[in-house]
Design a protein around this ligand. Structure first.
Ligand code: NAD
Length: 492
C-alpha cells in the first residue's frame, strides 16, 4: 500500500481528507524517520461518520448473518494475501520485530475466523409451552453504531478483537486508531473496502482526545470498546457510561510471575525473558516482576541475568533482531527515569539497558533489556506499569506469601506460576486475583474463542473482548413471549 501523507479518514465508504488544523508525525521508532502525518480530526468529522453509520445500519442489520460473514471470509483472504506487507507496516510504525508483527497479525486473523461462525454464535434460545399454549424466545439483535479506540502496541491485532464480532452481529463499526500507529489501521480499512462491504459499515476517524470524547458523548454511538492505559480506560468508561452507553475498557498491567524451586529453571528463564523483553516489554501481558520462592532465587537470577544480557536488540525488519525499540523518545526517557527511581529505592541493577544504541540506528528509541533484583515491596518499580524491557525481581519464603504479593497489585491482567507441582498450580489458579492465568507460560493470551479477561484496574466493564463475550457485548437481547390460540385461526 502506498502511504498517503497526510493520512485520510475513511467515512461513508470514501477516503476523506480531514479539515484538521493539527497533524502529528507518524515516526519509525527504530530510525526516527517520519513515515506519515496523522490528522487530529475535529468533532464534526466524528458526527459525519456517526451519521453515515446510522444510515447504513438500517439495511446492514437486515442482511442475513450468513451473508454478512461472506465479507469476513473475503477479509480473511485479503489479510492472508497481504500478510507480509501488513506485518512490515506494523514493524515500521510500532518497532517490534517482524516475527512479533506476524504473530500479532495471526492472532488478529483468528478473531476474523471465529466471527465467521456468527450464525451459530449469535443464536438465542427458546422454550415451547412455558405455560399452556405459550412459547418464549430470546433473540439477539445488534445495537447500531459502535466505536472502538485502540492503543499503539498491537495495531494489527487489537482492532480485530472487536471489529469482526461487531459487524458480523449487524452493527456499524467506527474505529479511532492510536495516533502513534495509524498506518496498520489504514491497511485494515483498505482491505475491508475491497470486500464490497456496504459504505458506512466500517469507518475510521483519526485523532486524539477530542475524537474520543465525541465518541463517548454522541447519543447515536451505542457502545464503546477501549484498550489503553488504566487512567484513560477509567476515564473513557466513566464518560461513555455517563451518556448511557455500554462500555468495555481494558487498561494497564503489572504482571507478576511466581517462580518455585521445583520449576525447570532453564525453560522458566527462557519463557520469562521472552515475556519480559518481547515487544520491548510493551505488551499488556508482559511479565515485569518475578517473585522467587525459597531456593528458586539463586538459580533463576543467574539464568535470567544471562538471558537479559544476551538478547539481541536491533531493527525489527532485521530477522536476527530479538527485540526492537520502544515507541517514542519520551517513553524511553520515562523508562530510564523509572529504572533510576528503583535504584534510589534500593533495588540493584544487575543488567543495565540505559543508554543503549544500535549501530546504524542512532536515531532509534533504544532501551536495552534491564534486570533488577531486590525490588522493594510497595515501591515504585513493584507497583508501576513501566511498559518497557525492564524486569524486577523480589523474593518470598512461601507460595502463600508470593500469592499475597501478586494479589496486592491494583492491576489484575495476568499472573503466572512456574512449577512442576500440580497442587501448587491448583492453589495458584484458584487464589490468584487476575483474569488471565499462566501456568508454566509467560504470555497467557487467550485464544480468539476465549474472553480476554482482565480484572481489577486492568478492566472496566463486564463483558470482555473476543469470542462469546464479544457477541454478547455487541448484541442486545430481546425476549418474546407469544400465544397463538388455535381458536383464532381459520381451520385448515
Ligand atoms: P493510551 O491510554 O495512551 O492511549 C490509548 C488510546 O486512548 C489511544 O487511541 C489514544 O489516542 C487515546 N487517548 C490517550 N489519552 C487520552 C485522553 N486523555 N483522553 C481520551 N483518549 C485518550 O495507551 P497507549 O500508550 O497507546 O497503550 C499502552 C497502554 O495500553 C498500556 O498501559 C498497556 O498496558 C495498555 N494495553 C492494555 C491491553 C489490555 O488488553 N488490557 C492491551 C494492550 C495495551
Amino acid at each position: 500500500m502506498a502511504v498517503t501523507s497526510p493520512l485520510s479518514n475513511f467515512i461513508g465508504g470514501d477516503w476523506q481528507r480531514s479539515s484538521a488544523t493539527e497533524y502529528l508525525d507518524v515516526t519509525n521508532p527504530a530510525t526516527g524517520s517520519v513515515l506519515s502525518a496523522v490528522p487530529m480530526s475535529p468533532v464534526q468529522e466524528v458526527d459525519r461518520a456517526v451519521e453515515k453509520g446510522t444510515a447504513a445500519f438500517a439495511a446492514w442489520r437486515r442482511v442475513p448473518a450468513t451473508d454478512r460473514v461472506q465479507y469476513l471470509f473475503k477479509f480473511k483472504n485479503l489479510l492472508e494475501a497481504h500478510f507480509e506487507e501488513i506485518a512490515q507496516t506494523i514493524t515500521k510504525e510500532c518497532g517490534k520485530t517482524l516475527g512479533e508483527s506476524r504473530g500479532e497479525l495471526r492472532r488478529g486473523i483468528e478473531n476474523v475466523e471465529v466471527a465467521c461462525g456468527i450464525p451459530v454464535l449469535m443464536q438465542g434460545y427458546n422454550n415451547e409451552d412455558i405455560a399452556r399454549g405459550i412459547d418464549e424466545h430470546m433473540i439477539r439483535q445488534p445495537l447500531g453504531v459502535v466505536a472502538c479506540i485502540t492503543p499503539f502496541n498491537f495495531p494489527g491485532m487489537i482492532p480485530l478483537w472487536f471489529l469482526p464480532y461487531a459487524i458480523a452481529t449487524g452493527n456499524c463499526f467506527l474505529h479511532k486508531p492510536s495516533e502513534k500507529v495509524p498506518l496498520t489501521s489504514a491497511w485494515l480499512m483498505r482491505l475491508l473496502s475491497q470486500t464490497g462491504l456496504p459504505s458506512g459499515v466500517v469507518q475510521m476517524v483519526h485523532g486524539g482526545k477530542a475524537v474520543v470524547d465525541a465518541l463517548c458523548d454522541h447519543t447515536d454511538v451505542r457502545a464503546v470498546s477501549f484498550v489503553g492505559s488504566t487512567p484513560v480506560a477509567r476515564y473513557v468508561y466513566s464518560r461513555a457510561t455517563a451518556s448511557g452507553k455500554r462500555a468495555q475498557c481494558q487498561g494497564g498491567a503489572k504482571n507478576a510471575a511466581i517462580i518455585l524451586g521445583d520449576a525447570d529453571m532453564e525453560m522458566t528463564a527462557r519463557i520469562v525473558a521472552d515475556s519480559a523483553y518481547g515487544c520491548a516489554g510493551q505488551r499488556c501481558l508482559a511479565n515485569s516482576l518475578a517473585v522467587t520462592v525459597a531456593d528458586a532465587q539463586g538459580p533463576f537470577t543467574e539464568i535470567m541475568r544471562e538471558a537479559t544480557a544476551t538478547r539481541r536488540v536491533g531493527y525489527g525488519l532485521d530477522e536476527s533482531s530479538e527485540m526492537g525499540p520502544v515507541i517514542t523518545p519520551e517513553h524511553r526517557a520515562r523508562i530510564e527515569r523509572l529504572i533510576g527511581i528503583a535504584e534510589q529505592d534500593g533495588a540493584r541493577v544487575l543488567v543495565d539497558g540505559r543508554g543503549g544504541v544500535v549501530d546504524g540506528f542512532e536515531g532509534g528509541n533504544w532501551v536495552f533489556p534491564t534486570l533488577l533484583e531486590g525490588v522493594p515491596r510497595g515501591g515504585t518499580l513493584a507497583t508501576t506499569e513501566v511498559f518497557g524491557p525492564v524486569f524486577g525481581m523480589m523474593h518470598a519464603e512461601s507460595l502463600e506469601e508470593a500469592i499475597a504479593l501478586v494479589n496486592g497489585q491494583v492491576y489484575g491482567n495476568m499472573a503466572c506460576l512456574f512449577t512442576s507441582s500440580g497442587a501448587a498450580a491448583r492453589q495458584f489458579r484458584s487464589e490468584a486475583e487476575a483474569g488471565n492465568i499462566g501456568i508454566n507460560l509467560g504470555v497467557a493470551a487467550p485464544m480468539a474463542f476465549y474472553p480476554f479477561s482482565g480484572w481489577k484496574d486492568s478492566f472496566f466493564g463486564t463483558l470482555h473482548a473476543q469470542g462469546r463475550h464479544g457477541v454478547e457485548f455487541y448484541t442486545q437481547t430481546k425476549v418474546v413471549v407469544e400465544r397463538w390460540p388455535r381458536t383464532w385461526t381459520r381451520k385448515f
